[in-house]
Design a protein around this ligand. Structure first.
Ligand code: NAP
Ligand code: ZN
Length: 330
């Protein structure tokens, strides 16, 4: 059993209702990111729940409020990035403090959302709009913001052609968000098995990357490609799908290096970029956007005793489109 810290002046106690299963949980649990020292560990950074109690100095939240917590629970609050609301890129001594597997300010290991309760500083919690169900909103706290932030940064919108590679937890949020922003959206998936779903979520086009003809037909098409694939991928083939000045943003975080052929970028002045989740203000902006547009994750709610099975299914790309744990079953 893990314990949470005592409620500090600016802390809120969250009664967790749901926690999404992100592929990052699986990379971490399988020690694929070369860490491996932080076990036992409670994963989970797509957290949705209700405020159960507040510290004496809390001003933003009251008991009963619907709240979420994403991938980090603290940061230095003083560096340029923190001041700009880009806490995910905190350059302070510890960087942003991950929701799980990091050392918290109290010197203890942080533990995530596959749990019944969480204590967090009110400045690192988010408000979940009343129009969104808590279970389907939980994945917005990571998958949602991870796609919203690059779509906003690279100005996806009317007249822009956006491709989403991989229709999993991240990818399906990318399709919904890019469509709502007004972009023309293409899904690039390993097969056409999820085509009907992709089109229903708002994709305008859907292609199988297992078919070499896809890469010929779509050469030079996209302003923006968001790669959400959790495994190794031959990116050079995808650079060829960018227009002149187009950008491929790497979101998936496989354990191996990704070889880049220089000429795949040199031709057409193409850019290869990365992006990591989003800061607190942008995450709130994303939640409000989703509330207004009725956007949430497509989920399969599971019991705690089904987590291992769910991990295996995610690894087989058999997820439609996010597993969410009902934490009352823990
Ligand atoms: P996911 O639900 O497993 O989705 C990944 C998708 O990638 C799969 O559904 C599959 O889509 C495709 N895929 C899987 N293996 C593939 C292969 N061998 N070749 C080609 N395509 C393959 O995972 P997720 O939760 O969306 O996370 C995706 C990645 O993003 C993970 O590496 C995760 O750690 C990372 N991540 C990054 C951030 C960030 O801030 N940058 C945040 C969260 C997660 P199809 O079946 O459609 O092909
Ligand atoms: Zn995640």
């Amino acid at each position: 059993m893990i314990t949470r810290r005592e409620l500090g002046e600016h802390d809120i106690l969250i009664d967790i209702k749901y926690a999404g299963i992100c592929h990052s949980d699986i990379h971490t649990v399988r020690a694929e990111w070369g860490e491996g020292g932080h076990f036992p560990l409670v994963p989970g950074h797509e957290i949705a729940g209700v405020v159960a109690a507040i510290g004496s100095g809390v001003t933003r939240y009251a008991p009963g409020d619907r709240v979420g917590v994403g991938c980090f629970v603290d940061s230095c609050r003083e560096c340029d990035n923190c001041r700009a609301g880009l806490q995910q890129y905190c350059t302070g001594e510890t960087g942003a403090i991950d929701t799980y597997g990091a050392t918290g300010r109290d010197g203890r290991l942080t533990h995530g959302g596959y749990a019944t309760h969480l204590v967090v500083d009110e400045n690192y919690a988010l408000r979940i709009p009343d129009t969104l169900p808590l279970d389907a909103a939980a994945p917005l706290l990571c998958a949602g913001i991870t796609l919203y932030s690059p779509l906003a940064h690279w100005q996806a919108g009317p007249g822009k052609k956006v491709a989403v590679v991989g229709l999993g937890g991240l990818g399906h949020m990318g399709v919904k968000l890019a469509h709502a922003m007004g972009a023309e959206v293409t899904v690039l998936s390993q097969s056409l098995s999820k085509k009907d779903d992709g089109l229903r979520m708002g994709a305008d086009h859907y292609h199988a990357t297992s078919d070499p003809a896809t890469f010929e037909a779509l050469a030079g098409t996209f302003d923006l490609i968001l790669n959400t694939v959790s495994a190794d991928l031959d990116l050079n083939a995808y650079f060829g799908l960018l227009k002149t000045d187009g950008t491929l943003v790497q979101l998936g975080a496989p354990e191996n290096l990704l070889p880049v052929a220089p000429f795949a970028l040199i031709h057409g002045r193409r850019s290869f970029a990365g992006s990591m989740i989003g800061g607190i203000p942008e995450t709130q902006e994303m939640l409000d956007f989703c509330g207004e547009h009725g956007i949430a994750s497509e989920i399969e709610v599971i019991r705690a005793d089904q987590i291992n099975e769910a991990y295996e299914r995610v690894l087989r790309s058999d997820v439609r489109y996010r597993f969410v744990i009902d934490t009352s079953t823990i």
